[in-house]
Design a protein around this ligand. Structure first.
Ligand code: ATP
Ligand code: ATP
Ligand code: MG
Ligand code: MG
Ligand code: MG
Ligand code: MG
Length: 253
């Protein structure tokens, strides 16, 4: 090109748009596995809940919290994770696309790197990927409502999926199971599990029923090079109830 020297960098750069997230709001980045319905089938995940797949997701979330000190809390279920950045975070000058892409790429890379630790006998058949988005929440109350919504979703889906897969495992087709469950209320699903399959729903593992919360514990620990660090923990607690936030006031302080 003869005119290559005429290109003005400022002009070319001017096409980039501002994408700064609203100041002083909680930034939530939610990532979600792309086509994990297929991915979980191809990799023979146990249904409805493959425990190791969830442990792998949790481990990736821990890696993300270790990398980004501005992330104060994360909540994960199925193939998704929500990462909460503190209100006054200046990560990437709050540019949304930078923040989302940095988190989603670290998470995806960790997923692939750690796959063999969680599935030593299962070959990764193709490259998994995740999408991500950022949403700003203006108050900690609304942020808590957001997280409660994800946990309610976890409960509803898990209860449905537990019934669905019990019906399928007992010989019904997927279509029949779906038809059977259509329009059933929560109580009817508890009854179905208890009476037909002898499963007490509330005794299923907390991780399946409540998803996983990742955050830093209050007390400091000293790492191998003598720095004090807050320990990142994975818990399966009820975050719908405000008791959790009252018992852990440091998280959203
Ligand atoms: P999209 O690309 O639109 O997100 P998707 O196929 O990933 O499509 P989701 O709604 O995100 O759809 O649902 C994720 C699916 O992945 C679940 O329905 C479930 O089938 C499967 N899945 C994810 N994690 C697990 C797990 N730990 N055990 C078993 N199945 C899982
Ligand atoms: P940031 O996180 O802000 O992007 P950065 O360290 O990635 O910081 P860049 O401006 O993106 O900074 O520069 C990338 C740097 O990576 C280069 O300066 C160079 O040092 C190194 N690098 C990238 N690719 C190569 C390569 N193929 N060979 C050697 N060095 C490389
Ligand atoms: Mg999706
Ligand atoms: Mg998905
Ligand atoms: Mg999903
Ligand atoms: Mg850069």
């Amino acid at each position: 090109r003869e005119d290559i020297n005429k290109i003005k960098p400022e002009f070319v750069k001017s096409f980039e748009f501002e994408n700064k997230l609203m100041p002083s709001t909680w930034i939530v980045v939610r990532i979600d596995g792309c086509h994990f319905h297929k991915f979980s089938e191809m990799h023979e995940f146990e249904k409805p809940n493959d425990e190791q797949a969830l442990n792998l997701m949790n481990s990736c979330a821990v890696a993300v919290l270790r990398e980004f000190s501005d992330i104060v809390f994360a909540y994960g279920v199925s193939d998704e994770y929500s990462f909460v950045l503190k209100k006054d975070s200046q990560l990437y000058q709050r540019r949304g696309s930078h923040i989302v892409s940095a988190i989603v790429s670290l998470f995806s890379a960790a997923y692939i790197l750690e796959w063999m630790l969680f599935f030593p006998n299962k070959e990764l058949k193709y490259i998994p990927s995740f999408d991500g988005r950022a949403v700003c929440y203006p108050s900690s109350k609304i942020l808590q409502d957001y997280l409660a919504w994800r946990q309610v979703d976890c409960h509803i889906n898990n209860q449905y999926n537990t019934c669905f897969w019990e019906l399928v495992k007992s010989g019904r087709s997927k279509r029949e199971a779906q038809k059977y469950l259509k329009g059933t209320q929560t109580n009817e699903k508890y009854e179905l599990l208890a009476q037909k399959f002898n499963i007490e729903y509330n005794k299923l593992p907390n991780m399946f029923r409540r998803g996983s919360s990742v955050f830093r514990e209050e007390k400091d620990t000293v790492n191998t090079i003598g720095e004090t660090q807050k320990r990142v923990v994975i818990k399966h607690c009820n975050i719908i109830d405000s008791c959790f936030w009252e018992a852990n006031p440091n998280i959203l302080n």
